[in-house]
Design a binder for this molecule. Structure first.
Ligand SMILES: C[S@@+](CC[C@H](N)C(=O)[O-])C[C@H]1O[C@@H](n2cnc3c(N)ncnc32)[C@H](O)[C@@H]1O
Length: 305
């Protein structure tokens, strides 16, 4: 059960979802036809020292049990892979546009500060709960980030703008923001507050990428039960739907940013994968395409919408 001031370590509650997505990135990275390479994902997952996460990482749990396209298990991992590709490209475009200030909201075990190429002078702020960032710092203690990486250990329902400014964030510089795998873990009013803060802190030319499940074809009880059993057998106890806040209680961020005069563009997880040679089962397509993957850009004075 979620509460307004809950907190967690990496294997608990919402913290464990960061491990789950890192395990899927590690599995994808290990495939011969991998669409990206995240060598840090395996290192981070192994650092927990729990066989269940290693099993998930090895792809063993993405077999038939939870990988049934009719039951949407397939699409969950695939959306994650598509969004990784989409966001990697988003940052490459932002870097080419000259943006040198990056803010990763709910960074979890995202290793982009280590694995992507960043122009010199780039500063990357990573925000997440203190214990999550502490785990990551321990696991990657021997690794060098590829940019000036700064941790901001804070709950995103608290006064994170002050904490960010205290770490050297410059609001008059354009920023590339990221909110990946975050919004459904916030109630609607906290999503509103978070996005309002992004608006306030964004110089012209800033942009933000996010993803958000729309609750389209939520899992049947039968699939939830089956997925929980498979995961529990491997020693992983995570009930995703109970960690989420409802889609219905929030504003659609596409409309919200458009209302604030930001230019919104969307990516489609199915097209992203098919364009790169992946076959997407017909039964998984509608659910995957209902997942929001978007970028919003605040116009510079000379841009027109
Ligand atoms: C599914 S993971 C995504 C992590 C990362 N963005 C990625 O895609 O790999 C969700 C992350 O959101 C963080 N998170 C959720 N709610 C938060 C809050 N209120 N304050 C700080 N972090 C939060 C969790 O700690 C976790 O790291």
């Amino acid at each position: 059960m979620r509460t307004d001031d809950d907190s967690w370590d990496i294997t608990e509650s919402v913290g464990a979802t960061a491990l789950g997505v890192a395990a899927i990135r590690a599995y994808e990275s290990s495939r011969d036809d991998a669409l990206f390479h995240d060598p840090y994902a395996a290192k981070l997952v192994s650092a927990v020292g729990n066989d269940g996460w290693n099993t998930l990482m090895a792809g063993a749990l993405s077999g038939r049990d939870i990988d049934d396209p009719d039951l949407r298990g397939w699409s969950m991992g695939s959306v994650l892979i598509a969004r990784t590709v989409y966001i990697d490209e988003y940052f490459a475009v932002a870097a080419r546009a000259g943006i040198q200030q990056i803010v990763i909201l709910a960074a979890g075990l995202d290793a982009r500060a280590y694995r992507l190429e960043w122009p010199s002078g780039t500063r990357i702020f990573e925000l997440d709960q203190p214990k999550v960032l502490a785990f990551k710092a321990r696991a990657l203690a021997d690794d060098q980030p590829a940019a000036d990486r700064r941790e901001v250990a804070i709950d995103l329902r608290h006064d994170w703008p002050k904490a960010l400014l205290d770490k050297g964030f410059e609001p008059d510089q354009p920023t590339a923001w990221l909110a990946e795998g975050l919004l459904r873990y916030l109630p609607g009013h906290a999503q509103d507050a978070l996005l309002e803060h992004v608006l306030e802190l964004s110089a012209p030319g800033s942009r933000l990428a996010l993803n958000l499940g729309t609750g389209h074809r939520e899992l049947s009880d039968e699939h939830r039960e089956r997925r929980s059993q498979v995961m529990a057998k491997a020693g992983i106890h995570i009930d995703l739907e109970n960690l989420f806040y409802p889609w219905e209680d929030r504003q659609d961020p596409r409309d919200w940013f458009a209302m604030h005069q930001w230019l919104v563009t969307e990516g489609d997880p199915v097209t992203l994968l098919e364009d790169r040679g992946r076959t997407v089962p017909e039964t998984a397509k509608a659910g995957m395409s209902a997942h929001i993957l978007m970028t919003a850009t605040k116009p510079r004075g000379d841009d027109t919408l």
